[in-house]
Design a protein around this ligand. Structure first.
Ligand code: 13P
Ligand code: SF4
Length: 313
């Protein structure tokens, strides 16, 4: 019965997609069913490029709200809908625009070049010089003139990983992803004991202690490339659990083990998991909820986003 219902939902989503001339973009953390019905599945960087290049009238964005908002910023004339408008992000919440504005005012003497990780609101993007994702953060930081002080917001873990990679000092906003900080040194050591000689692949939003134990630290899309190219038949993956669906589809001959957190066998982002097939069908049917934003804010947020897309080509 449940299987029939999900086949019907899938059929209806595909029908509505055609009727609306819509494209479905899905982040690597979405459920297997959503990934399977999407036109493109990828990391924040790949999704930003796809959002920019689409000719569709409607973009149905299955990911975090900040990702759908990014699609709207670069596509003001298109309708952007998302299955659940409450699909937020703890990083976005850790850096409200008024707090950043106040910080920049208090430290005006530093004349900061502000780099914002894409996991932030449109209002924060509008205050920045350049956006980055985990896939291009090193390149973006390396492009900043050497005489400028850099403020990196909002993820302190990603920021410190970039400092390690580039040697470039930066001041870091003290935000964190509530999912990735739940992987701990002990939880990763335990799974390494269980599966000796298995490479650990971790997202840069993980803490320093976890990154130290990893064989590779990279964005979700680069995880696919790393695991495909590496000779090991098995990997431990320290990121949100949806990534395992993507990896299993891309490398069906390999085994992927979820990195456990300090309290759970795998890590789920409650925001990413708010999206469902049912809600995806409804947002295509009703063209709601939509992402809307004031034009002056959108135009200001577009400048650092386009700079990122240009710099990371
Ligand atoms: P990626 O850009 O690597 O897909 O990461 C997005 C994200 O939200 C990680 O938690
Ligand atoms: Fe935000 Fe973390 Fe969820 Fe990614 S996994 S969307 S950073 S809360």
């Amino acid at each position: 019965m449940a299987a029939t219902a999900s086949i019907d939902l899938r059929t209806e989503i595909l029908r509505l997609k055609k009727e609306r001339n819509a494209v479905i973009l899905a982040h690597n953390y979405q459920s297997r069913e959503i990934q399977e019905v999407a036109d493109f599945v990828g990391d924040s960087l790949g999704l930003s490029y796809h959002a920019k290049e689409t000719n569709a009238d409607v973009i149905a964005f299955c990911g975090g709200h900040f990702m759908a908002e990014t699609a709207k910023i670069v596509n003001p004339e298109r309708i952007v809908v998302l299955p659940d408008k409450d699909a937020g992000c703890s990083l976005e919440q850790s850096c409200p625009a008024p707090a950043l504005e106040e910080y920049l005012r208090r430290h005006a003497d530093k004349n900061y070049y502000v780099i914002a990780y894409i996991n932030c609101s449109g209002a924060v993007k509008a205050l920045c010089d350049c956006i980055c994702t985990s896939g291009n953060a090193v390149k973006i930081v390396q492009s900043v003139p050497p005489d400028r002080n850099i403020l990196f917001v909002p993820d302190a873990n990603l920021g410190s990983w970039v400092i390690e990679q580039t040697g470039r000092p930066m001041d870091l906003w003290q935000g964190a992803c509530y999912v990735h900080v739940e992987f701990t040194r002990d939880s990763i050591l335990r799974i390494k004991d269980e599966y000796p000689d298995t490479p650990v692949v971790a997202h840069p939003e993980c803490s320093f202690a976890v990154r130290l134990l990893a064989d590779e630290v990279c964005s979700t899309e680069k995880m696919v490339h790393f695991c495909r190219a590496h000779p090991s038949p098995r990997f431990i993956i320290a990121t949100e659990s949806g990534m395992l669906h993507r990896l299993r589809r891309e490398c069906p001959e390999k085994e992927f083990i979820a990195g456990p957190t300090h309290h759970c066998a795998c890590a789920d982002c409650r925001y990413m998991k708010m999206n469902s097939m049912e809600k995806l069908m409804r947002c295509l049917r009703d063209l709601s909820p939509r992402v809307e934003m004031p034009e002056d804010l959108r135009a200001r947020a577009e400048i650092p986003l386009l700079r990122m897309l240009e710099l990371s080509r």
